[in-house]
Design a protein. Structure first.
Length: 190
C-alpha cells in the first residue's frame, strides 16, 4: 500500500530515524502530538534504554511523540495501534466494500483505547486505513458481572456488595440471583 506523506511528516521521519536508528514507516501529525509507525521488531531501538531515544527526539522536535509498532497481520496491527489498551480480540468484517475491525477491549481500558478527545482511536483508524485498508475500528466489550448486575438489576444497588449468602447463576442468556433459602431474588433473560 502506498502512503503519501506531507513534507512536514517526511521531515519528522528523517529526524526521528537519524536520532534513534529505527525505521519509521509512517507519521501522523496532530495538534499536540506526532504518531510514528515504527517497523516491526524495532520498537526497542526507537525507544532506547530507559526511553532515552524517544525523549531526545521529543526534545529536539519539540513535540510529544507516540510510537506504534507495525505488524504483518491486520489484527495485530490494530491491536498495536490501540496500545497500551489491553485488546482481548480483533475481528475483521467485510460487508460489501467496507472493512471494519471490531476490537474487544475490557471495560476498564475503553478510555485508554479512545484517548483524550478520541485522539487514540482517531490515530488508530487513520493508520489502519492507510496500511491495511480498514475503513473503521469499532470498540466492543464484554461487561464484568458487577457491571451487568448493577445495570440489569438496579434495585440490588452496588453489585460488588451483594450479600454473601447470594448465589449468582450466569449463563450466556440469563442471570439469576438466589438467596441462601433458594428463593429467586431476580432473574433476567435476554
Amino acid at each position: 500500500m502506498h502512503v503519501r506523506l506531507s513534507d512536514a511528516a517526511r521531515q519528522y521521519i528523517a529526524h526521528f530515524q537519524e536520532m534513534t536508528g529505527a525505521t519509521c514507516r509512517d507519521c501522523l501529525i496532530f495538534e499536540a502530538r506526532v504518531v510514528m509507525l515504527i517497523a516491526a521488531g524495532e520498537m526497542g531501538t526507537a525507544i532506547g534504554p530507559g526511553g532515552k531515544h524517544v525523549k531526545a527526539a521529543e526534545s529536539e522536535l519539540n513535540t510529544t511523540i507516540e510510537l506504534v509498532e507495525d505488524a504483518t497481520t491486520p489484527q495485530a496491527f490494530v491491536e498495536n495501534t490501540l496500545a497500551p489498551a489491553a485488546v482481548s480480540h480483533v475481528t475483521l468484517s467485510e460487508q460489501g466494500n467496507t472493512r471494519v475491525a471490531y476490537v474487544e477491549v475490557p471495560e476498564g481500558d475503553r478510555g485508554v483505547a479512545i484517548g483524550a478527545d478520541g485522539g487514540n482511536i482517531k490515530a488508530a483508524r487513520v493508520l489502519a486505513g492507510r496500511h491495511h485498508d480498514i475503513d473503521d475500528i469499532q470498540l466492543t466489550w464484554h461487561p464484568t458481572l458487577s457491571y451487568v448486575l448493577s445495570r440489569r438489576i438496579p434495585h440490588l444497588g452496588d453489585a460488588n456488595r451483594l450479600p454473601f449468602q447470594c448465589l449468582v447463576w450466569v449463563t450466556f442468556q440469563s442471570i439469576g440471583i438466589y438467596n441462601k433459602q433458594g428463593e429467586c431474588l431476580d432473574f433476567v433473560s435476554d
